[in-house]
Design a protein around this ligand. Structure first.
Ligand SMILES: Cc1cc2nc3c(=O)[nH]c(=O)nc-3n(C[C@H](O)[C@H](O)[C@H](O)COP(=O)(O)O)c2cc1C
Length: 341
């Protein structure tokens, strides 16, 4: 019996299989941050390919929170209709679809360099701007921007939102002592560094329907002395769990430049420890390309979902091909049935 193709329920959302399309920026939007034809075809193809849960790329909750000027945006209501087209098509194919809500913080490489903000005025690396330290008023504004974005995501019909707390972007910058050197309520202790995220979760929950799941993506380790390591992340997530986050999407790194040894399934060990010690469902990701590896991870309860990034760029129909390889009979899109064999 395949686990990869077993459906599962998160809150009231039934996900048809355990295959997740990892959020991946396409950098093809214009300054207005609106969905383009590329996005429609790109996400549509993965829905045709029977991905169970598609997570739309990092989408900026504020214009100054884009990674680049080409990022998708969800900071105004005019951006909703384009997103809704993606959602409606994915739903017609039977996929569940979520969106990653993001703010780049100090890693923003936008043309408006003056507006780059972060918890502390510490640049990511050489060549990056020195970010402006956020005032408490700016913190409040960004928290509200996340809530407004969640409301728009619901209006567009998304089933799930994922808060981007990984890869050195704004939420992660507050979490890590390497990028957060504030001595007010938003820094210092573990609780202080978690406060920005806590306020976002609280504000989002006021507008996001309670029957729809909220995911959080984290970097399990900063791979750097003085930063977050796996044990510290586990302790943080024990607190986060009490706020009502449904799934942790476990990635790693990105806060500071670091050398990372990668290989097939190299981040599974993080998802496994978090699942076990925090007692929360996890998504694992990172160089998972073979259906057999995906099955093994699920069978041994090392994660609840398996996300694919680049492999789904190479092969939008990966789930169809995986099912064939694993001898699982799944429904193909009707217009393609003659190709099923
Ligand atoms: C083109 C590209 C864009 C990405 N954009 C995002 C993003 O928007 N948000 C995010 O959390 N991770 C992003 N990532 C990381 C992926 O979601 C994924 O975690 C990473 O590629 C490892 O998985 P893989 O080995 O299956 O590709 C991106 C990766 C790629 C290759």
């Amino acid at each position: 019996m395949s686990k990869l193709f077993q459906s599962t329920q998160l809150k009231e959302i039934m996900i048809p299989n355990r295959i997740v399309m990892s959020p991946m920026c396409q950098y093809v939007a214009k300054q207005d941050g609106k969905v383009t034809d590329w996005h429609k075809v790109h996400y549509g193809a993965r829905a045709v390919g029977k991905v169970g849960l598609i997570i739309v790329e990092a989408t900026a909750v504020e214009a100054r929170g884009r990674i680049t000027d080409q990022d998708l945006g969800i900071w105004n209501d005019d951006q909703i209709p384009g997103l809704k087209e993606i959602v409606d098509f994915a739903h017609k194919q039977g996929s569940v679809i979520g969106i990653q809500l993001a703010h780049a913080g100090r890693k923003a490489e936008i043309s408006d360099r003056e507006s780059v903000i972060a918890p502390s005025p510490i640049p990511f690396d050489q060549g990056f701007v020195i970010p402006k330290k956020m005032t408490e008023k700016e913190i409040e504004e960004v928290v509200q921007a996340f809530a407004d974005a969640a409301r728009r995501a619901d209006q567009a019909g998304f089933d799930i939102i994922e808060l981007h707390g990984a890869h050195g972007y704004l939420i992660h910058e507050f979490l890590s002592p390497l990028s957060n050197q504030r001595n007010d309520a938003y820094g210092g202790s573990r609780e202080g560094r978690l406060k920005f995220l806590q306020e976002i979760v609280k504000a989002v929950k006021k507008v996001w329907p309670s029957h729809k799941p909220i995911l959080l993506r984290v970097s399990a380790t900063d791979y750097a002395d003085g930063g977050i390591d796996l044990q510290e992340m586990i302790e943080m997530l024990k607190i986060v769990k009490t706020w009502g986050i449904d799934v942790i999407d476990v990635s790693s790194g990105g806060l500071v430049p670091a050398r990372i040894e990668v290989g097939a399934g190299y981040q599974v060990k993080f998802a496994e420890r978090i699942k076990e010690e925090v007692g929360i469902p996890t998504i694992t990701v990172g160089l998972i390309t073979e259906p057999e590896l995906a099955e093994e991870i699920l069978f041994n309860d090392r994660a609840d979902f398996v996300a694919l990034g680049r492999e789904l760029l190479r092969d939008p129909y990966w789930p169809l091909h995986a099912a064939k390889k694993l001898n699982v009979d799944i429904e193909w899109p009707k217009p393609y049935e003659r190709a099923k064999r």
